[in-house]
Structure formats: structure tokens, C-alpha cells
Design a protein around this ligand. Sequence first.
Ligand code: NAP
Length: 293
Amino acid sequence: MTPSSASPSSPFVVLNAGLQMPLVGLGTYKLRGLEGVYQAVDAALAAGYRAFDSAAVYRNEADLGRALWDLLPKYGLTRDDVFITSKLGPKDQGERAMEGALHSLSQLDLGYIDLYLIHWPGTQGLPVADQRNPGNRAQSWARLEELHGQGKLKAIGVSNYTPAHMKELIKSCKVPPAVLQVEFHPQLCQAELRSVCEEYGVCFQAYSSLGKGELIADPVVMEVAKNCKRTPAQVLLRWAVQQGVPVLPKSSNPERIQENAGVFDFTLSDTDMHRLSALDCGHKYCWDPSEVA
Ligand code: NAP
């Protein structure tokens, strides 16, 4: 997917559903409580972020929606200027999917959700090999398609799906997924999933680009950062966006929120890109969806 740009501060990708999704969004996992969410959203809007990634399981949808309602006018922005992602919790997979998605819509209270993802291929409480999992995934997708048809979810997609889950979905869906959000960083390059996404026109989106903060201490990342006079976090994020992959760095710290947005005014050389990609070793800092049937 080729990145485009209307303004230098918020380049975007165009999804198959026709929407523009910013290449950098604020991750909000572990941002909890109105005060903390408010401070992070304020810093993010000031730094030029126009996308925010939430989920039912983060239990911050209501605080995110409220912070945005309060803060958008301060920056001369309206609801349509921001791109909000949320996700259906694994406990709502299957017959509770409509209820779960409507709950996200009412918690955020922003009129519509730009992108709504099935958070996880499995169902909470079911063993990974349980034969009900594929049916539950299909049922969730059908409900998301309904809400997409009603304009309540502008785009729909999935997260943590393996290549097999993606193929199962593509075969049976009426509306193709717009996005696959998975863990992606130099230690986890996800070649197979990226090629499945490319084949089916699905935008491949990264989470945990900083390896939950641990990858910034990697010696190669640190050396590349020193050579190009940038921070390790900026190098990790640039490595992804330079490949057209949208990122969602999470920080609760206003200085780091600003730092993480500064990835569009420098380029990594081919040599540095290759050195970083050579760190690929299949290491996951987050949960492992390949254990789910
Ligand atoms: P991440 O963005 O890789 O790393 C976040 C950690 O790095 C935090 O501890 C943060 O600490 C620290 N950090 C951020 N910027 C920094 C900087 N410039 N320098 C040094 N440290 C920095 O981890 P993540 O939260 O796992 O992933 C990002 C987002 O992706 C999540 O918040 C969530 O929105 C999404 N996500 C989705 C899934 C999924 O299943 N779909 C799974 C995981 C994540 P401070 O807050 O103290 O700055």
C-alpha cells in the first residue's frame, strides 16, 4: 500500500473501504482514567496525531470519546478530522458481537467508528482447538458487515489473524477486511502475513512497534539512531512507515508522544533498513495468535 500525504504532519494510507487512515496513530493500551487519557490525547493532538487506537478490552473507550469531544475544538478540529479505531473484545466474539460493537459505539459516543476490528481470532473461555471458533468468527464478521452497511462502522477489519484465518475470512466475507493489525517490528517482520495482505488488498498495520518499549535498547537500533541523529523510537517507527506500514506507538508521556510523531522528516538508508530487517527472529513481545485454532 502506497502512503500519500495531504499535509506533511499526517501522511495517510487509503483503505480499500475508501477512507484515509493516518500512518501514525496513538496507541492507548494501558492508558486508563479520564485524566491520563485527556493528557495523552491533548499532547497527541498538539503534536499532529489524528488517529487513536482503542479497544473494548482497554476499558478506555468512554474516556477517549469524552477527551476528544472536549479537546477537538481547542485545535480547530471536528469529529471528521480524527480517525478512531476500536475492537470487539474476545468475550463478545460470536452471538454477542452486535451487542459488543454497539457497546463500543455508545462508550465512544462519537457518532460512528472509523475502523472496528475483531480483536482476536478466538473466543474468550473456549479452548483454542474448539470447533465453535470458526463459526464465532464468521458470526462476528457478519454483524460487523451489518453495522458497516448502516454507516456506523466506516471500515471493518481484524487483528491477530494468522494467514489461515485471513484466507478463511476472505473466502466467506461479503465485505473484505480493510485492515489487519498485528505485532510488527524488526524482530518480527511477518513476511507471510504481509504478502497475504498485499494479495487481497488489505492494509497491514503494526502494533507494538517499539517492542513494548524494550526494542529501543537493541544495539543495532541504537547504533542506527546514533548515526542518523534520531532516537531509537523514531528509528523503529520510521522503519515501518518507510515501508508504508501504519504504526500506533503508545506513550503516556507528552515529550515521547511528540518524539514518536517525528518520523516524516528523515529517511533511513537502504543499508540501515536492511540492517534492521535482518534482526527478524520471530520474537513476539505480545500475545501469540498462532496458538488459536
Ligand atoms: P509500544 O508502542 O511498542 O511500546 C509502548 C511502551 O514504550 C510504553 O511502555 C511506553 O512508555 C514506551 N515508549 C513509548 N514511546 C517511547 C519513546 N519515545 N522512548 C522510550 N519509550 C517509549 O507497545 P504497545 O502499547 O504494546 O503497542 C502500541 C499500541 O498498539 C497499543 O497501545 C495498542 O493501541 C495497540 N496494540 C494492539 C494489540 C492488538 O492485539 N490489536 C496488541 C498490542 C498493542 P510510556 O507510556 O511511559 O512512554
